[in-house]
Write a protein that binds this ligand. Sequence first.
Ligand SMILES: O=C[C@H](O)[C@H](O)COP(=O)(O)O
Ligand SMILES: C=C(OP(=O)(O)O)C(=O)O
Length: 356
Amino acid sequence: MSTSSYFSMVDSTSDLHVVETRPLMSPALIHRDLPLDKASSGVVSTTRNKIQSILHGNDPRILVIVGPCSVHDVDAAIEYANRLAPLRERYSQKLEIVMRVYFEKPRTTVGWKGLINDPHLDNSYDINTGLRKARGLLLDLAKAGMPAATELLDPVVPQYIADLISWTAIGARTTESQTHREMASGLSMPVGYKNGTDGTATIAINAMQAASKPHHFLGINHDGHASIVSTTGNPNGHLVLRGGKNGTNYHLDAINLIADELAQFNMPGKVMVDCSHGNSNKDFRRQSEVLKDVAAQIRGGSKNLMGVMIESHLVEGNQKLNSDLSKLTYGQSVTDACINFSTTEILLEELAESVK
Ligand SMILES: O=C[C@H](O)[C@H](O)COP(=O)(O)O
Ligand SMILES: C=C(OP(=O)(O)O)C(=O)O
């Protein structure tokens, strides 16, 4: 029986909801066009080492992940980095400032999923261009000496950009996912695991344990071929407290409780506080309140804090994405609302002053 007559006899049971599949460029091809240079690799490895030292208590400074909720405009991201660079230098004795450069957005239901998924912001989903734009921006930042932090969401994406990332988040919506724990087990940089959207820290503690162990899973290699990936486990994981539906978790009591829980599992007790999301109840103005509380804890001698995360952009607030992109305000977030740059400067000064 010929193949076509065989298939005409059976019901089609696959791809019933798939419209099309398009070729994806291999990581090797994008790396060939946008290679890692010596200076950039130096920025990434030095920053990763410094973050590891902070995490393991060998460097008393505080890690600061600060920048836009998401990058939708590469020029605005570069302008932001140019303004952040002098602050990074000024406070370098007290703070390790790393720019938040988020290309992938996990949505509660649906919405724009970030520059990699839809780089033209017009539902054309030109992912090959998205990956190039993301890598190009990371290279420009690294060449200018600015280290980058991101959230890694799609497990295929690290092959394209992870060599340029100094710190990674596993988000509140994916910390409990085995796929993301497997991915984190093979990542080369320190990883922060967010507590769940309901505020539960236990899933993030489980994630830290799982990702610190070796795993074997499905992925792609540098040439883009489907592969079985085997990892060693990532020893540089920590918790990121981002609050949740049931309230905040940045106060001293909450942090002490979680540090005790971490100690029971022999995990590093030092945590990062995300000043935004559940801790600000998504009101960008409340990030200042959270940051001030954290600074007071550091001033008071707390040994349980290793970092903070701040959502900040050139212009405060956020705006809706609509079809007329020419109406977008330059330097304002199209995802979560952010504080503006002058507030960011004030907060970084206050945080730096709190570190002895
Ligand atoms: O930081 C970003 C958002 O909080 C996250 O992507 C969820 O966004 P959404 O609830 O608007 O989908
Ligand atoms: C999505 C984010 O955070 P969370 O996972 O905490 O909601 C984010 O930081 O962009």
